[in-house]
Design a protein around this ligand. Structure first.
Ligand code: UDX
Length: 449
C-alpha cells in the first residue's frame, strides 16, 4: 500500500514513520523546504524518543521519503492523511486554512480514487468542509474522480507516541462508505496484533470522539486538582485519597495525579474548542468551563505557595526550577505551567535559574535571557532560596539530597508533582510543600526539628 502524509509536524511525522515501519510506502509532504531538507538528512523538527532512529531506518529502506511536491507525491496513493496544523485563530477557534488548502491541492491534483483522511484535530463538521473543497476543485477541473473523506483522530501522547501508534488502545475511524472502510482496514491491520479494536463509525462521531476523550481526561485532572486543594485545607493527603479511589475499577488509577495543571498542545486547545463548538450551537458545557477555570488556577498554585512562604517578598531571591516542558520526555513548551510560574516570579523581581533535560532550547525561544539556564539540575541550586520541581523528569526523582542541601541557601522544596515523600524530605531537613499533601503536619514537624 502507498500513502501520503501531508504535514511533518508532530502528528504527521509520527504517523508517516510508523506506517513505514510496518512496510507501507510513505511519502511525508510539507511546504517548508528547510524542514524537508533536514528530514532527508535525518534531522527532525521535534523531539520524540525513538523517532529519529525509526526515521533513519525507514528512509534507508526507502519506505519513507520526504517531499515538498504534493501533486506528484499523491499519485498512486491509497490514502492521503492531512496532518497539518490547526492553530487557534484570533477568536480561539481552530483555524482550518491549512487543512482546507491541502484539501484543495489534493482536489487539483488527484487522478484516481483516494481516501482523504483528516488526522489533525479538527472541529466536528470539518470532514464535510474537506469533502466540499475537494469536490469544488474536481468540478473546476471538469473531472469526475471518486474519493472519500475519513476522520481518523490521533490519541498519541507526546513522549510515548511511537508506542501509542504501534500498540494503540483503539483506532477510531469515521467513514461514509464501505470502500473507504476497506482501505482503512487494510492500512491499520498491522497495528491490531495486540487485540485492541479498530472502531468504525460515522464521520461526525469520530470527530467528536477525539474531543470527548481529551475533555474527559482533562476533567479527571482538574477534578483531582480540586480535591488536592481541598485535601490541603482539610488536613487530608491526596496521595492516599488517590490510591483509595483509584482502586475502584470504575474510576481507575490512571490520570488522577494532581499537579500544577495540564498543559501541552491538546488538552487546553481541545477543551476550549469543545466549549466553543457547544456554545456556537446553543449549548453550554458547564463542566468543561469549570475544568478550564480550575486548570488556570492550578497553574498558579506553586507560585502562590512560594509567595506565601516568603510573605510576598520575592524581590532579589533566586529560585531553582527543575523542568520546563509541560511534561517529561518532550521538549514541548506549549501551555507549560513553568511559563506561568516563571512569569510571576520574574514580575516580583525574583531571579530564576532553570534546568530541563531537553527543553532548554525550546524554552529559550520564549524566555530568552530573562532567566538563567543551569548546565545540570545541581547548578541551578547554587545559593537558591528555594527549589521548585515543575516537571517530573525521571532524573529528578532521586537526586543526591546531600548535594542539594549543601548547594541551597534555604532548604525549601516546592514539589509541583508530588514526586518526593514529605516525611523523607523532612527527615533530610528540608521544608517541603507538595500538592494536596499534609503541609501543616510538615510544618509542625519542621518546628520540632
Ligand atoms: C494528550 C492525550 O493523552 C493524548 O491521547 C492526545 O492525543 C493528546 O493529548 P499529551 O498532551 O501528549 O497527550 O500528554 P499527556 O501525557 O496526556 O498529559 C497531558 C497533561 O496532563 C500534562 O500537562 C500532564 O502533566 C497532565 N497530567 C496528566 C496530570 O496533571 N495528571 C495526570 O494524572 C496525568
Amino acid at each position: 500500500m502507498r500513502i501520503a502524509v501531508v504535514g511533518t509536524g508532530y502528528v504527521g511525522l509520527v504517523t508517516g514513520t510508523c506506517f513505514a515501519e510496518v512496510g507501507i510506502d510513505v511519502t511525508c509532504i510539507d511546504v517548508d523546504v528547510k524542514k524537508i531538507e533536514n528530514l532527508k538528512n535525518g534531522i527532525l523538527p521535534i523531539y520524540e524518543p525513538g523517532l529519529e532512529e525509526m526515521v533513519a531506518r525507514n528512509s534507508q529502506k526507502e519506505r519513507l521519503s520526504f517531499s515538498t511536491d504534493l501533486p506528484s507525491s499523491i499519485q498512486g496513493c491509497d490514502a492521503a492523511f492531512i496532518a497539518v496544523g490547526t492553530p487557534p485563530g484570533e477568536d480561539g477557534s481552530a483555524d482550518l486554512k491549512y487543512v482546507l488548502a491541502v484539501a484543495r491541492s489534493i482536489g487539483q491534483n488527484m487522478n484516481d480514487y483516494i481516501v482523504v483522511v483528516t488526522k489533525s484535530t479538527v472541529p466536528v463538521g470539518t470532514a464535510n468542509k474537506v469533502r466540499q473543497a475537494i469536490a469544488e476543485e474536481l468540478e473546476a477541473r471538469g473531472v469526475d474522480i471518486p474519493f472519500d473523506v475519513a476522520s481518523n483522530p490521533e490519541f498519541l501522547k507526546e513522549g510515548a507516541a511511537i508506542e501509542d501508534f504501534l500498540k494503540p488502545d483503539r483506532i477510531v475511524v469515521g467513514v461514509a462508505s464501505t470502500r473507504a472502510e476497506e482501505v482503512m482496514k487494510k492500512l491499520y491491520k498491522p497495528f491490531l496484533m495486540n487485540g485492541h479494536p479498530l472502531i468504525f463509525m460515522d464521520v461526525p462521531s469520530a470527530e467528536m470522539t477525539k474531543y470527548a476523550a481529551n475533555s474527559m481526561l482533562a476533567t479527571k485532572i482538574s477534578f483531582m486538582n480540586d480535591i488536592a486543594n481541598l485535601c490541603e485545607i482539610m488536613g487530608a493527603d491526596v496521595n492516599m485519597v488517590r490510591k483509595g479511589i483509584g482502586s475502584d475499577a470504575r474510576i481507575g488509577n490512571r490520570f488522577i495525579y494532581p499537579g500544577i495543571g495540564y498543559g501541552g498542545s491538546c488538552f487546553p486547545k481541545d477543551v476550549k474548542a469543545l466549549i466553543r463548538t457547544a456554545s456556537e450551537n446553543g449549548y453550554e458545557m458547564k463542566v468543561l468551563k469549570s475544568v478550564e477555570e480550575v486548570n488556570d488556577n492550578q497553574k498558579m498554585v506553586l507560585y502562590n505557595k512560594v509567595n506565601n512562604y516568603f510573605n510576598g517578598d520575592l524581590a532579589g531571591k533566586t529560585f531553582a526550577i527543575w523542568g520546563l516542558s509541560f511534561k517529561p520526555k518532550t521538549d514541548d513548551m506549549r501551555e507549560a505551567p513553568s511559563l506561568v510560574i516563571i512569569e510571576k516570579l520574574l514580575a516580583q523581581g525574583a531571579k530564576v535559574r532553570a534546568y530541563d533535560p531537553v527543553a532548554i532550547k525550546e524554552a529559550a525561544h520564549t524566555l530568552g535571557d530573562t532567566i538563567e539556564y543551569g548546565k545540570d539540575e545541581y547548578e541551578t541550586l547554587i545559593d537558591a532560596d528555594a527549589l521548585l520541581l515543575v516537571t517530573e523528569w525521571p532524573e529528578f526523582r532521586s537526586p543526591n539530597f546531600n548535594v542539594v542541601s549543601k548547594l541551597m541557601k534555604d532548604k525549601v522544596i516546592f514539589d509541583g508533582r508530588n514526586i518526593y515523600d514529605p516525611a523523607e524530605m523532612n527527615e533530610k531537613g528540608f521544608t517541603y510543600y507538595g500538592i494536596g499533601t499534609k503541609q501543616q503536619m510538615s510544618q509542625q514537624l519542621d518546628a520540632t526539628i
